[in-house]
Design a protein. Sequence first.
Length: 201
Amino acid sequence: MKQRIITSVIALSLLATMTAWGQTSVIKRKTAPVQRTGVQKEKAFVKETFAIDGLLFVTYEYDKSIVHVYADKENKPKGNLVTPESVTYKGKTYKVRLESNAFSRCEEIVSVIISEGIEFVSPSAFEHCTNLSSVKLPNSLEIIDYSAFESCKSLKSIDLPEGLTSIRDWVFAWCENLSSINFPKGANVGDGVFAGCENLS
């Protein structure tokens, strides 16, 4: 009898200990933080979007002095396009920056003027604008990012400003009719910038 009582006490003690451990592990367990993708992060930081003169603009929480411009894909721009240096909305003036893929696949754009004051052409900004034949870049421009004018098959010539410091990968790749380019001295040139430009000498 005494041995059974001792065994029962030990069993109850072990059960209590195991229960306590289980409770402790539950209390200490923490939920892992949700990891966001790059696109989700961008969406999370969007502050406001608005339209002016047929173009769309978006502001982000991380830089409230700049607005990013891009095409309305349901009403793509046609003919001649001028990207403004700045816009005013609700009494506040913003400096304009081209959004990534801003006007990609806007096949009915035939000419582009990027206004003075803009320093950066974003990745794939005019990629596959197949009827784009004329591009005027500002003297303020410093960087043309990846694939910015890739596959602009109607582009025959372009003058790059002297202040340009970086031409990144694939910027003019597959511009099959590009035959003349005024190239600045000292600019860093990425890989494949003129890949597939068969008429460029």
